[in-house]
Design a protein around this ligand. Structure first.
Ligand code: NOJ
Ligand code: CA
Length: 705
């Protein structure tokens, strides 16, 4: 940890600014920021990219509840320090095997005149963007304080194009809308889709990570890093001035955060580049998180899995065991004598079929949902005691399944649907994790469907953010990996706790069976949701006509098969599901081969070409090998992609297997039309491939030894 103190190198006085203006440059000099105290001693910053203004003068500060004075103005600069840092670190799993953390830092110590309180604003300027946070050191005059609102501004220079989802305290499961900032208000209601728990706060409220593009083709991304013991930040737009301001998630009492000094806020992040690919490649969010706190990480292993899941999501089978009862009470319901409904998915026999399928095709794990008592009425009733996470249904023999999976070399993946009864989950957490250890489950998929209990809390308020963190840290003590659905969207905490191997926290594949998602959804997610950490997107759907699985479900999966294959590369995750039913994979064994071959952990990644909402092409090198996998996902317009394989090692020969859309493929009318070709390639090879609307391609490039 060689934190090298420099002399205050960049301390400059700019004539139009007050004498308190300070400036900082990124290591490569492309980004510059200025800090200043403006009217009444209010802190403010500006950001420039290649000498052009990107963030106009934007105020900083916090409004407090019932306090003598808020932390908004009346400040003077008591001290300022400039540092720089340049180190590399190795993630336990990731898109690359080594990450460079290189930044210049400016820490401004502000003293409030009237109260004598101290607040530090720490800026870290990387080549890929700016991160800054508030710090509250231990001090006499500021101990406990309650946040009414954080007033961090991000003032845009114009009416940029944004890829946004509605700001919400409870859900991120929305399709993205592409529009000018000035159009958000008019499109807001149209951008809403139903969810079991949701609450918006403003017609110009949006969520982070917010991806934008300016008329000068600059890419700007607003997000946050290291969301710990604080509530989630949405953004509210002043659509006259194009100024975003932080809008935190309230608790049941309407307050937005309870802090005790010494403490810090999460980092607020602004990525900037004139190349869209740079946003995808940026490790800034991870770099702003603390190093790994788990000493022995040998038990954390990326996994590819199948599961008893899509059949319930599509309505082909059910999570519940019986239709006998309109409602159930755990411990009081006589499941032993109940009539099985005949549609229950998680039966011992059926799970064994999945284990066989996983073993045959080399998958690491099998997820089973609906294995435990309580699914007859599991959400929507504000019910506290829904599940105990240890009581299997009569037709699910946990011991037998455990033995069978073990004999086949397959791991079982646990499912804990909490139905958002968060206190109930905490009450059962130790026994639930112990149960997992007993039956050798290395990972749990948790879920938070419905409104949060304690009542009035939101999915993203501070108390619940602390719960998700508690569940991850406790899991680490048990050496358990966590994949949390409906939890707060990730902010790079997987660097510190790499047992957090996945999150949903966005609109995943399940929505393709709930009426469908936009065909270009997957060309936006890597620019937004995925910046904070991997997503359990659950790709790999081959049968797009859902009525073939369930005649009562007319949903259509808006993607081609080639697009579904590409997702294993473009949607980075150390946890990847092959989500479709075995019978659908058996119909297309040649395309399924790619899912079997593709890696889940990488030494290197090459972000070949990308444009949010349009296309993304990424090549990744499988960990510990010379093999590469390429994925291209395409938006709604047919497109020709020309790529060079210059990332391959010189002097080596490779066999490329190309899984492409057939000429007449189309996500809606002809999604299963693909072609598979092979050819020998080297680092000099160039490929020209056509991607259908909602299509793409996937390539495996295996070294010929
Ligand atoms: C919503 C999750 O996203 C989905 O994957 C899960 O199957 C259901 N909740 C039930 O827990
Ligand atoms: Ca979900």
């Amino acid at each position: 940890m060689a934190m090298k103190k420099l002399i205050i190198l960049f301390l400059v006085t700019v004539s139009v600014w007050s004498i308190n203006a300070q400036e900082l440059s990124s290591p490569d000099g492309d980004l510059k920021m200025k800090f200043s105290l403006i009217e009444n001693g209010s802190p403010a910053y500006q950001l420039f990219f290649k000498d052009k203004l990107v963030i106009k003068s934007s105020k900083l500060g916090l409004e407090l509840v019932n306090d003598k004075k808020s932390l908004l103005d009346d400040f003077t600069i008591a001290d300022s320090e400039v540092d720089s840092y340049n180190q590399t670190w190795k993630p336990v799993w990731g898109e690359v095997s080594e990450i460079t953390n290189h930044y210049n830092e400016l820490a401004i110590t502000l003293q409030q005149n009237e109260t004598d309180r101290i607040m530090i604003v720490r800026f870290r300027l990387f080549n890929d963007g700016l991160g800054f946070r508030y710090e509250f050191p231990q001090q006499k005059n500021l101990n406990y304080f309650t946040i009414k609102e954080e007033h961090t501004q991000f003032a845009m220079t114009g009416d940029h194009t944004a890829f946004w989802i509605p700001g919400d305290y409870d859900s991120q499961e929305y399709d993205y809308t592409e529009s000018k900032l000035s159009e958000i208000r008019g499109l807001f209601d149209k951008a809403l889709t139903d969810n079991a728990s949701q609450e918006q706060f403003s017609k110009t409220g949006v969520q982070t990570a917010l991806m934008m593009k300016t008329d000068e083709d600059l890419y700007i991304n607003l997000h946050e890093a290291a969301l710990i013991d604080y509530s989630l930040m949405n953004l509210n737009l002043d659509d006259q001035k194009f100024v975003f301001e932080s809008w935190l998630t309230p608790d049941a009492q309407g307050n937005k955060g309870y802090l005790q000094a010494p403490c810090t806020s999460p980092w607020r992040t602004i990525m900037v580049s004139d190349k869209a690919e740079d946003i995808l490649a940026s490790p800034m969010i991870l770099n702003l998180n603390e190093p790994c706190k788990i000493e022995d990480t040998s038990w954390i292993k990326p996994m590819k899995y199948v599961g008893v899941w899509w059949e319930m999501i599509t309505g082909k089978s059910s999570w519940s065991y019986t239709n006998d009862f309109p409602a159930v009470k755990l411990g009081e319901t006589d499941y032993e004598n109940a009539t099985p409904n005949g549609t229950h998915g998680a039966t011992t026999e059926h799970v064994k079929e999945y284990i066989d399928f996983a073993a045959k095709h080399g998958f690491d794990g099998v997820l089973v949902e609906g294995w435990n008592e309580g699914w007859e009425d599991w959400f929507g009733q504000s019910k506290d005691y829904v599940f105990d996470f240890v009581s299997p249904y009569p037709d699910f023999d946990v011991e037998e399944i455990h033995e069978y999976a073990k004999s086949k070399g397959v791991k079982m993946i646990m499912h804990h649907e909490t139905s958002s009864a968060v206190r109930n989950y905490e009450r059962h957490l130790d026994t639930a994790y112990q149960f997992m250890k007993k039956y050798d489950y290395p990972a749990v998929k948790s879920g938070y469907v419905g409104d949060i209990l304690p009542r009035g809390e939101h999915h993203y308020s501070q108390w619940i953010v602390n719960h998700y963190q508690y569940a991850v840290e406790k899991a680490a003590q048990y050496q358990i990996m966590v994949n949390a659905h409906e939890a707060v969207r990730p902010t790079g905490i997987c660097r510190t706790y790499p047992n957090l191997i996945g999150n949903e926290s966005a609109r995943g594949t399940e929505f393709q069976a709930f009426g469908g998602s936009k065909p270009n959804h997957v060309t936006v997610l890597p620019f937004t949701r995925l910046l904070g950490g991997p997503m359990d997107y659950t790709p790999g759907i081959f049968e797009m006509d859902i009525s073939k699985l369930n005649p009562n479900n007319n949903s259509h999966v808006n993607a081609t098969i080639a697009n579904q294959l590409a997702l294993y590369v473009t949607m980075y995750s150390p946890l990847q599901m092959a989500a479709d039913l075995p019978e659908n994979y058996n119909r297309f064994p040649d395309a399924f081969q790619f899912i079997k071959d593709v890696a889940v952990d990488w030494d290197d990644s090459n972000y070949i070409e990308a444009e949010p909402g349009r296309y993304i092409t990424i090549a990744r090198k499988a960990k510990g090998t010379n093999d590469w996998f390429v994925g291209n996902v395409n938006g709604v317009e047919k497109r020709t992609s020309e790529i060079s394989l210059d990332f391959l090692e010189q002097g080596k020969k490779y066999k490329a297997t190309i899984y492409a859309d057939a000429k007449n493929a189309h996500y809606k009318t002809n999604p299963q039309a693909y072609s598979i070709t092979t050819k020998k390639v080297t680092h000099k090879s160039k490929l020209k491939l056509e991607s259908a609307p909602g299509g793409g391609y996937a390539i495996s490039i295996i070294e010929i030894k």
